[in-house]
Design a protein around this ligand. Structure first.
Ligand code: APR
Length: 248
């Protein structure tokens, strides 16, 4: 059984020689920013019913849905800041050691950490959209005291610009993510159970295209036993920080 130091050195060498590297991130990378994951011991789905993010339910119960959405995604997320894990991925990109981040997260923290090429597979909570006229609003301009928020043009309920269960993946994010996965020589999976599709097909596509899979997660996941080549068993911030120390 190799120890963490030798695994980190092995991962560092592979990243150094890779011509195209992507990161695939999930809720686990934002846990150290204070945002709870969806699954696991302190998972949001233990406390809230995922139904509030079902598109059909939202359209028929927008006020009730919005009360939970505000609590989960605007009260919680609003103050969250990028942590060292987000910053290391941005540093890897600026040092030409990472080409793209494919994220399932809607918290905008990769952009706030300085990453430039980010494919947001599930959208972004910082924008809201009118379901009737398509007008886009910035979350910081919305008065969340009045729920559900309404469009100033036609009074229609606004929906957060992230995807709900039952909704399609944003076309460009989908196409860009799989195109990057096909080209990847390395895919670094950070903080995802891999339980949600089609997002979890992104690292699987990279694997099928011949990429080496490096997984950063304190736990084992369905990726670990199926596609992971190097499992760096640890939290995202400290593990990526150690990797950065090896790389530059
Ligand atoms: N560092 C790294 N990984 C961590 C940390 C940490 N500090 N803390 C927890 N994790 C790991 C957990 O072990 C788990 O494997 O992060 C993962 C979180 O899993 P999920 O909550 O299922 O997150 P994710 O895989 O991103 O969920 C995918 O599900 O509900 C939908 O749309 C939502 O994007 C989300 C999707």
């Amino acid at each position: 059984m190799k120890n963490m130091k030798s695994l980190l050195e092995e991962a560092g060498k592979i990243i150094q020689i890779s011509n195209f590297t992507i990161a695939f991130t999930g809720a686990g990378i934002s846990v150290e920013s204070g945002i709870p994951p969806f699954r696991g011991e302190h998972g949001l789905w233990n406390k809230y019913d995922p139904q509030v993010l079902d598109l059909g339910y939202f359209l028929n119960n927008s006020e009730r849905s919005w009360l939970y959405i505000r609590e989960i995604f605007y009260d919680f997320f609003a103050e969250a800041k990028p942590n060292q894990a987000h910053r290391v991925l941005a540093n890897l990109e600026s040092n030409k050691l990472l080409n793209a981040v494919v994220t399932q997260n809607i918290d905008n923290l990769h952009y706030e950490a300085g990453s430039k090429t980010v494919y947001e597979f599930h959208g972004n909570s910082k924008k809201l959209k009118c379901l009737k006229c398509g007008q886009v609003y910035d979350a910081k301009d919305i008065d969340f005291e009045n729920i559900p928020p309404k469009c100033v043009h036609d009074g229609e309920v606004l929906k957060p610009d992230f995807i709900f269960f039952g909704e399609g993946i944003p076309h460009d994010a989908y196409a860009d993510s799989f195109a990057a996965a096909e080209k990847a020589e390395v895919c670094i999976i950070v903080g995802s159970t891999g339980e949600v599709t089609p997002a979890s097909y992104v690292p699987r596509t990279a694997k099928q295209a011949g990429a080496t899979i490096i997984e950063i997660n304190p736990d084992e996941t369905i990726f670990t036993s199926s596609i992971t080549d190097i499992h760096l068993k640890g939290k995202a911030a400290e593990t990526l920080n150690k990797l950065q120390e090896i790389l530059f």
